[in-house]
Design a protein. Structure first.
Length: 487
């Protein structure tokens, strides 16, 4: 392919026959849309372009074959002002064709999302695009052979527009040195919300230190962190947990498929659960958690008021009746009313029956909390499921106490005398007339019966106080009427 500068394309752009520089009428149509700034948007994604080397019927797709000119493709992508997302599933084998395409791409300033899968990228040629495109918000690379990772780190460091919100490196087998460079560059991005470094089996102790540097950075606003499939061990998890305690905006954490983590590593998560980190979803799929791991998680979640979704794989998690009993005690310790009240009333879901929404960018599917299909919890014992359902109620602690302790021992409150009676009544008011939507046997009549029983036991325990109280009320009332009559 002969060397052609940008002026070559400018002169010929309007007159070139698109059929002569493409391999099909469909590709010529897409090129015409790019040239005329008329790129159609799909329902899934606005202004997206897919470049593939196999049949792929999705939105604006160019199926590259022999006869397609990469130089012209890069030129039209570079000058287009409507394109928002670029998805690369292939690149040419010839180096001069790659350079021609990248030279055109680097002139684009409208692309907000760029991703690549199963292709080789030399970031020394893509660096100008990363440095100069101020609209770039989303960079994702899946199973990509990365050359010059140092160039990527340098490009990220040199960007003046720190607009990047999502960064994903999955299945790229980065070395610890490369990960350290990239991590150091990303700490300067205050709007980074999603950070995904998954399936990089080369991540060792030094890699965990590098990942921790990003996570603990107070300048970031991380909401989703995915570190699944990296195969780090308990020591690596302990290093990461220490960093995660400073993630004040974290909502979703995935540690799935890290099969070297044992109960010892899971116990380190107690530090995370007791910190200011507001994580709501923890994914531990495809991991042999075992009963000891469950007990470690249950101990750590005592007193936690943020985690709502604990995602694991029941069939392969190695949990027996002993482990499920630990989860049951976590959710509702029936040994005493105080222990029931102090149980976990936040966790709403355990298991793998949860909803995904498709990610049109082609990355991992995103978790959508709540809205369980029929309240179905496959593989989870009913004794655990009933408490998970109750935790979705506004008065979870009251419902558990009402169900598990039908005979409330009011004698311990006799020392407060009649001062406690209004508190006892108010505890039932508004609750006795309310039915738990997820509880089959918690009827209004049952809770009203318990309210009357508790009040009766309290009055019976100190009858003279009740009688004297009634006499004093009548005396005050009669004195009031007499004073009014004298006036």
């Amino acid at each position: 392919m002969e060397r052609r500068d940008n002026n070559y394309y400018d002169v010929r752009a309007q007159d070139v026959k698109l059929e002569d520089i493409t391999s099909s009428a469909h590709n010529a149509k897409i090129l015409r849309m790019l040239r005329d700034d008329d790129l159609a948007s799909t329902e899934e994604e606005e202004g997206a372009l897919y470049i593939v080397d196999y049949t792929f019927d999705h939105g604006n797709t160019i199926f590259v074959k022999e006869g397609d000119d990469w130089g012209w493709l890069g030129y039209f992508v570079g000058r287009n002002k409507q394109i928002r997302g670029l998805h690369l599933y292939c690149l040419p084998e010839e180096e001069d064709e790659v350079d021609a395409f990248m030279e055109g791409l680097c002139r684009n300033h409208s692309i907000e999302r760029i991703g690549a899968r199963h292709c080789e990228i030399d970031f020394s040629s893509l660096s100008p695009f990363i440095v100069n495109n101020g609209n770039l918000k989303d960079l994702r690379l899946f199973h990509v052979d990365i050359f010059c990772a140092h160039s990527l780190a340098m490009a990220l460091s040199q960007r003046q527009h720190k607009s990047l919100t999502k960064f994903c490196f999955s299945g790229n087998n980065l070395s610890n040195d490369a990960l350290e460079e990239i991590s150091a560059a990303l700490t300067g991005y205050p709007y980074l919300e999603t950070f995904n470094v998954s399936e990089n089996v080369l991540v060792g102790a030094n890699g965990c230190e590098s990942l921790g540097a990003i996570i603990r950075s107070s300048a970031l606003r991380l909401e989703q962190v995915s570190l699944c499939g990296n195969d780090f061990d308990d020591n690596g998890l302990q290093t990461l947990t220490a960093a995660l305690t400073n993630a004040a905006t974290l909502q979703r954490l995935s540690l799935s498929s890290n099969r070297s983590i044992t109960a010892s590593g899971l116990r380190a998560l107690s530090q995370l659960f007791s910190s200011a980190c507001p994580v709501e979803t923890l994914l531990l799929e495809d991991m042999n958690i075992g009963d000891e791991g469950v007990e470690a998680l249950a101990d750590g979640l005592m007193g936690n008021t943020t985690l709502k979704h604990l995602v694991l794989t029941p069939d392969s998690a190695g949990i027996t009746g002993t482990g499920w009993a630990a989860f049951s005690r976590l959710l509702c310790d029936t040994s005493s009313i105080n222990n029931t009240y102090s149980s976990n009333h936040t966790l709403e879901h355990i298991g793998d029956d949860y909803h995904y929404v498709s990610d049109p960018f082609g990355g991992p599917k995103l978790f959508r909390s709540g809205n369980y299909s029929g309240g179905y919890f496959p593989g989870i014992p009913p004794a655990v499921v009933q408490y998970l359902k109750i935790n979705k109620e506004n008065y979870a602690a009251k419902i558990k106490i009402g169900r598990c302790h039908p005979d409330i021992p009011v004698e311990v409150f006799f020392g407060y005398k009649l001062k406690f009676l209004p508190l006892l009544v108010s505890w039932f008011v508004g609750f006795g007339t309310r039915k738990c939507s997820n509880c089959q046997n918690s009827t209004t009549r049952e809770f009203q019966r318990r309210e009357l029983s508790a009040v009766y036991k309290f009055i019976r325990g100190m009858p003279m106080l009740a009688v004297n109280g009634q006499i004093q009320m009548r005396l005050k009332s009669s004195c009031g009427r007499k004073r009014k009559f004298d006036e």
